[in-house]
Design a protein. Structure first.
Length: 203
């Protein structure tokens, strides 16, 4: 998993509340066995008509936001099912950060396990950032995970909360497998003691 320390990117607005995981990545696209390739289907039912044609006025179809890497969203983002494909699709589309007033619990956890940073801010701050992103498609934000700060032009600066363990995992690029490999020597020693006739390797 890629380390997340300090990140600067432009913001795209999608200020709708209760965006569920079936809207983030609709169920008909959950046929791939890889973690990649889902970005093209992100918000597909909102961004395309039933015949597959593009809906031009959907926010993320605006070419001004083609390089956006920070999504500004409404409350309860990621509600619905627990599908891990939702953060995969956001990452594959190029997003590294989602800012919202609140997140569904399982989605929030899945984001952190996959290197996508969910940031909870007060509703008025999220609304402010959304309006700035609408007015300026090049609106930049910088996230310093070490100091747990998000900042932007004209003096905007806010702190955000994140569990210390989850923060450490992101700073060091450790997913669940990476965390396990941190203890490879101890696991190998344990296996050697309890199963001396076998040969084990975690790699």
């Amino acid at each position: 998993m890629e380390k997340f320390t300090t990140f600067t990117g432009t913001a795209a607005p999608l200020l709708r509340a209760n965006i569920d995981t079936d809207q983030i990545i609709p169920k008909q696209f959950l046929k791939r066995i890889e973690r990649t390739g889902y970005g093209q289907f992100l918000f597909y039912d909102w961004s395309h008509r039933p015949d597959g044609s593009v809906i031009a006025d959907f926010a993320l179809n605006d070419p001004r936001y083609s390089d956006a890497s920070i999504l500004i969203a409404g409350a309860n983002f990621g509600c619905g099912s627990s599908r891990e494909h939702a953060p995969w699709s956001l990452l594959d589309r190029g997003f590294r950060v989602v800012v919202a007033p609140s997140f569904a619990g399982i989605f929030y956890s899945n984001c952190l396990k996959n290197g996508l940073l969910p940031i909870v801010l007060e509703r008025e701050d999220v609304d402010f950032l959304g309006k700035q992103a609408i007015a300026d498609a090049e609106y930049p934000l910088t996230i310093n995970l070490y100091h747990k700060m998000i900042s932007g032009p004209n003096g905007f600066s806010r702190s955000f909360k994140i569990d210390d363990f989850q923060r450490n995992c992101l700073l060091n690029g450790l997913d669940d497998i990476g965390l396990t490999l941190e203890f490879e020597d101890k696991i190998t020693a344990y296996e050697a003691r309890h199963f001396p006739a076998a040969s084990f390797s975690l790699r």
